[in-house]
Write a protein that binds this ligand. Sequence first.
Ligand code: 1GP
Length: 249
Amino acid sequence: MQKTESYLHTTRKKKGPLLFVLIDSENNTHHSASELAKQAERNGASVILVGGSSAIDQITMSEIVKNIKKAVKIPVILFPGNVTGVVPGADAILFSSLLNSDNPYFISQAQALGAPSVLKFGLEALPTAYIIIGEGTTVWHVGSARTIPFDKPGLAAMYALSAQYLGMRFVYLEAGSGAKTNIRPEMVAAVRKIFKGFLIVGGGIRSPQTAVELTKAGADALVIGTFIEKGGSFKTIADIVKTIQSVRK
Ligand code: 1GP
């Protein structure tokens, strides 16, 4: 196991469920991105994700990654929405296949196009099944997702099981950035029951209450982006970290 993956498992074991803070390079200037990352680290985040489904400016993104790397000690992991999200300077990349896309480009073609850059930039690839739940979000639209309704946990579990059989070590259940509703705990529990790897859940999470329900249901890490981008308080972030890290199973 390489460095970032091993850090994730060790930290998960030591601290309990983790918080990943997502910084969308399209919505943040260089200065504000590194400031947000610093604050996130100070308030208990374990990873900074950089990406977004509409991020297309590689030059800006790679500068933002460089600045964030200088500002924090926690790993910086790329979260690409397309080949344009592969830039140098990060510790690792969620090397994802959008399993429930109707468009083969997002299942395997973008991956083939992006892989040589992952190698060239020396990024640690974290093999991830990306599964989009619900509809109406940017990622749902851009990724041509075949909708899995929020109240169909069995469908998400089927995809997660196939991810496991395909050898993927991460599953990311995604409601979409700024989603009105987050993934339901019942769906997280159904996926947790059959998926043995590292389970990430994101989209629409804004409160310690939701965060604790999702981690109790079995999420190893939660992703929060919009709440912080919209000026949500870091005190809430610290509370979220504190409550989820009391969930240790
Ligand atoms: C989006 O899961 C992440 O890809 C985070 O979602 O922006 O709603 O926090 P939010």
